[in-house]
Design a protein around this ligand. Structure first.
Ligand code: SDX
Length: 436
């Protein structure tokens, strides 16, 4: 819903040429207006310059809205805390993918359809064997998801809405299986197949921790906690990995390749890899006594160390997802009888000290979703190397919803940013025997 308010505009004046240009100011349903600069280069022969896109909107989107100052996150208008408290992952995924929370019949059909697409082609089983057992799970996940395009030729015509929806359902349904199998492969344990009588998060935990040797019952508390964590990671506007998926998709690449590109981007420690980096940081800090040393390093411009799990490009307040995890974490640890988990106590103390330090307060560096998620994953028995893969599992619905939205947006075209060129002006080729 965009109000094309043709009355509002911004006038730019190029003081070196005296040329002016009036640019439309577009309003969304909520949030900052945007200045439509599409006429800029053609009219004024200048580009904008915005490394990291700190002030640039890349698209119109109706999926997720973040108010960074207020610490608000909405999916299709529903606040994240209400979705996490009252909803479950598949109904949130339905809303993100289709625009509205499902009614009972719609939810039952969606759950049934996703459940019955959770197996992968049996040949994919052999794909894992090309990797070393000690490969990082994200490397395996990237490879296997990209290779899924080789198996599902019947759903990669991106211009066919039915193909797009089939590919969307397949990716949402099969990611838990592929992610769980990256863990089983690393453990040297046999793959556990999905069971159609289990819920989405429950099925994933069963594939992670069951073995063929005995019945394995997933704790309902852990299944609910995992389901809630998946909700918290489902989508987040135009973050780095989502923008990667959109850019890859803008060339017409197939959905499996686009999601593999998103997985690769999410892996970075500044993005989804931060949950794994938080645990490594907490282990390195080791004790409350060493917290001041690491706070000082985080503030030292000559030290590349940053406080992992802190700060965010958009949130200049608490990340609402961190707030929810901060509350649900102790419940999970108590259920597991590890409520005195030293790492949780260390994290709480680190947060307390950081948020009393002017450096963090002035820069509005609050805990983000990655600060607490790893501690909960670890308490659930998930190895640190799997944390980002779980983030990718949850974010798949966001990536694929944004990919669908991009492909059906009449204004979207292949993404092709320009640059400020700082290299050599044209010069003549110098023969080898004439070079210094
Ligand atoms: C995710 O975009 C999303 O929505 C992402 C995400 C999602 O759901 O998709 O929310 C998931 O990626 C969460 C972020 C996880 N990353 C981390 O926790 C890594 C640590 N955080 C930082 O790397 C950083 O805060 C970023 C990358 C998250 C944000 O970086 P920005 O917006 O580019 O901010 P910046 O680097 O310009 O920092 C502004 C200032 C700088 O200091 P000054 O130059 O002003 O003196 O704050 C400092 C930075 O040095 N700073 C930090 C810091 N984060 C920023 N200093 C110490 N520790 C930190 N963590």
């Amino acid at each position: 819903m965009t109000k094309e308010n043709t009355k509002e505009s911004v006038t730019l004046t190029n003081n070196s040429t005296g040329k002016t240009l009036e640019l439309p100011l577009l309003s969304g349903s909520v949030g900052p207006k945007v200045m439509d600069i599409r006429a800029l280069y053609g009219d004024m022969d200048i580009f904008t310059y915005d490394p990291g896109y700190t002030s640039t909107g890349s698209c119109r989107s109706a999926i997720t809205y973040i108010d960074g100052d207020a610490g608000v996150l909405l999916h299709r208008g529903y606040p994240i805390n209400q979705l996490a408290e009252h909803g479950d992952y598949l109904e949130v995924a339905y809303a993100i993918l289709k625009g509205e929370l499902p009614n009972s019949a719609q939810k039952a059909k969606f759950v049934n359809d996703v459940t019955r697409h959770s197996m992968v082609h049996e040949q994919i089983n052999f794909f894992f064997r090309g990797f070393r057992r000690d490969s990082h799970p994200m490397a395996v996940l990237c490879g296997v998801v990209g290779a899924m395009a080789a198996f599902y030729h019947d759903s990669i015509d991106i211009n066919d809405p039915h193909h797009r929806m089939v590919a969307s359902y397949r990716l949402i349904a099969k990611m838990p299986t592929v992610v769980a199998w990256t863990y089983k492969y690393a453990m040297g344990q046999p793959f556990i197949y999905p069971k159609n009588n289990l819920g989405y998060a429950e099925n994933f935990l069963h594939m992670m921790f069951a073995t063929p040797c005995e019945e394995y019952k997933v704790s309902p508390v852990l299944a609910r906690a995992m389901d809630r964590i998946l909700i918290l990671h489902a989508d987040h506007e135009q973050n780095a990995s989502t923008s990667t998926v959109r850019l890859a998709g803008s060339s017409g690449a197939n959905p499996f390749a686009c999601i593999a590109a998103g997985i690769a981007s999410l892996w970075g420690p500044a993005h989804g890899g931060a949950n794994e980096a938080v645990l490594a940081m907490l282990h390195e800090i080791g004790s409350k006594e060493r917290i001041p040393e690491f706070i000082a390093r985080a503030k030292d411009k000559n030290d590349p160390f940053r406080l992992m799990g802190f700060g965010h490009r958009v949130y200049k307040n608490y990340d609402p997802r961190a707030t929810i995890l901060q509350k649900t974490g102790p419940d999970v640890l108590t259920e597991l009888g590890v409520q005195d988990e030293p790492l949780l106590q260390l994290a709480i103390e680190l947060e307390r000290i950081a948020l009393s330090d002017p450096y963090f307060v002035e820069r509005k560096l609050f805990p983000n979703v990655d600060f607490y998620s790893g501690i909960i994953f670890r308490a659930m028995g998930i190895p640190t190397s799997m944390f980002t893969s779980l983030f990718a599992l949850a974010r798949t619905v966001g990536w694929i919803a944004q990919w669908n939205e991009m492909l059906t947006d009449p204004e979207q075209k292949i993404g092709r940013p320009r640059q400020l060129y700082t290299g050599s002006p044209q010069r003549e080729y110098v023969p080898l025997d004439k070079r210094g």
